[in-house]
Design a protein around this ligand. Structure first.
Ligand SMILES: *Cc1c(COP(=O)(O)O)cnc(C)c1O
Length: 377
């Protein structure tokens, strides 16, 4: 059966060009980047090239990019790293209720270690309130961590405003941009971002490699001891092939930014309008304008999305209920709860996330399948 994949927020397939760029570093170019002989130096050069590509994609400088093993590690390193470095200055952190577990659970760990965390509410569209943010700031606040775009409902936060406030108050600003990279144009200086997390497998790169941008002058403690790789901030022999993959993937996606963006928005808006036309009493979650181009999260009445997923799977369709990390849990997702959905409506929410290789024919198949399954219920 043909697989129709609509779960690009969970992960994406590796782009052909990206894979091709990576392959030599598994076989002939296997040198350790710390070794001084030729094949070692070639690995180091490949890492430097990738670092340049990542930096240039977000308006950063090369020495501000640190490679990690995933988006989750980047979030941990940013939040815990800053907290441990600036704890003499203060122990208060501000984040939101709809962050990814990598951020939320890093904050929970810090709370157990004596830090204080404010979890901002969001409105029914998923936006944090700027007013509540300002009112939460104390003299001890050292870090604001707000995600760029939400992985479940696609809401894009007013990042420039938040960055401005952080800058004015002399507070560091971290943003989990794992979902935004490739989908939104990002300039870390214009947006006043001090730390930014990304993960290659969300933009057609390989799984198991991420990056963290840290603005020059911002301190952060390493959280893994070992060798002096990544300017002594992230120990462990560099994963050369995957780092090359991340660099290639970010360059490739931003080279095609306009084309992909237009396509995703077209598929998304077509899907949303057809579903609303053909299936009664649906509810679109998230905002209509400030929304990731490929994200459609819709609640279907009297539907259990977990069961719906199984029926879609039988038709070769991959989609998601809540986020990949929380699906399988019985309780509705923390994001859908935070935007005020009742547990019943939340349980009927289906997240569809489009990708660059989806076609209109795929989307028609999805809509027809949904209509058929829901009519039978
Ligand atoms: C996927 C995701 C992560 C985690 O990235 P991994 O590389 O899978 O660890 C973090 N934050 C957001 C918003 C994500 O969507």
């Amino acid at each position: 059966m043909k697989i129709r994949y609509f779960d690009h927020a969970a992960t994406t397939p590796v782009d052909e060009k990206v894979l091709k760029a990576m392959l030599p570093y598994f076989t002939c170019e296997y040198g350790n980047a710390s070794s001084l002989y030729t094949i070692g130096r070639q690995s180091k050069k490949a890492i430097d090239e990738a670092r340049k590509k990542v930096a240039s994609a977000i308006g950063a400088r090369q020495h501000e990019i640190y490679f990690t093993s995933c988006g989750s590690e980047s979030d941990n390193l940013a939040i815990k790293g800053v907290a441990y470095s600036y704890k003499e200055k203060g122990k208060h952190i501000i984040t939101s209720k709809i962050e990814h577990p990598a951020v939320l659970n890093s904050c929970k760990t810090l709370e157990r270690q004596g830090f204080e965390v404010t979890y901002l509410d969001v409105d029914e569209k998923g936006f944090v309130s700027i007013e509540q943010l300002i009112n939460s700031i104390k003299s001890t606040t050292i870090l604001i961590s707000i995600m760029f775009a939400n992985n479940e409902i696609g809401t894009i936060q007013p990042i420039e405003k938040i960055g401005n406030i952080a800058k004015q108050k002399g507070i560091l600003f971290h943003t989990d941009s794992v979902q935004a990279i490739g989908n939104v144009k990002i300039d870390v200086n214009r947006l006043h971002i001090d730390l930014l997390s990304m993960s290659a497998h969300k933009f057609y790169g390989p799984k198991g490699v991420g990056a963290l941008y840290v603005k020059e002058g911002v301190e952060f403690e390493k959280i893994q001891d070992g060798g002096h790789q990544e300017r002594d901030k992230r120990a462990g022999t560099e994963n050369v092939a995957e780092i090359v993959g991340l660099g290639e993937a970010i360059a490739e996606i931003y080279q095609n930014y306009e084309k992909y963006n237009r396509k995703l928005i077209e598929l998304r808006d077509y899907y949303i309008s057809e579903v609303q036309k053909r299936i009664p009493n649906t509810k679109l979650n998230g905002d209509t304008k400030e929304r990731l181009p490929g994200n459609a999260n819709i609640s279907f009445p009297k539907i259990n999305a977990q069961e719906l997923l199984l029926e879609l799977d039988e038709k070769g369709i991959c989609a998601s209920a809540g986020s990949a990390c929380s699906s399988g849990e019985a309780s509705p997702s923390h994001v859908l709860t935070a935007i005020g959905l009742s547990p019943d409506i939340a349980r009927g929410s289906l997240r569809v996330t489009f990708g660059k290789d989806n076609t209109k024919e795929d989307v028609d198949y999805l809509i027809n399948s949904l209509e058929e399954i829901i009519q039978q219920n």
